[in-house]
Design a protein. Sequence first.
Length: 145
Amino acid sequence: MNLNGDHLIRMPIDDSKSNHLAGFWRWVEILANGDFKLGIESLFWDDGAFWTSEQLEDRITTFFGGDDPWSVVIPNERLIGVINDAVDHQPRIDNERGWFMAQIPVTTKPDDPKDDKIPLMGLAVSFFVREHDGNHVLQYEIFHV
């Protein structure tokens, strides 16, 4: 596993909601492609406290339960806008960590994720935003119930 290395999602040193959203959506795209290993490697992890790719996949795809598996998708622009509008963003203050919470779009009907009528749920996840090697990176905090 290549932690805190070449696969990190790196964002400019700018505490803007748009920069952090861009990093978040890159991460969602990785997950939507089913690459949970890269999903782990693209986040910053402190002191060896990280999940395996199997643990990440299990947490996301079974969070809401039910008989049908849940899949991460990139929905249509309108639904992306709804997710973006619901983001909670707190910029870094005095070189401390910032904080960012958004919802990973998941569905049990991933065949047409752009369809406005798909059953879509948002799995809330929060990150600390921190500086690392001259960039901002997302450090996983928690999934929210």
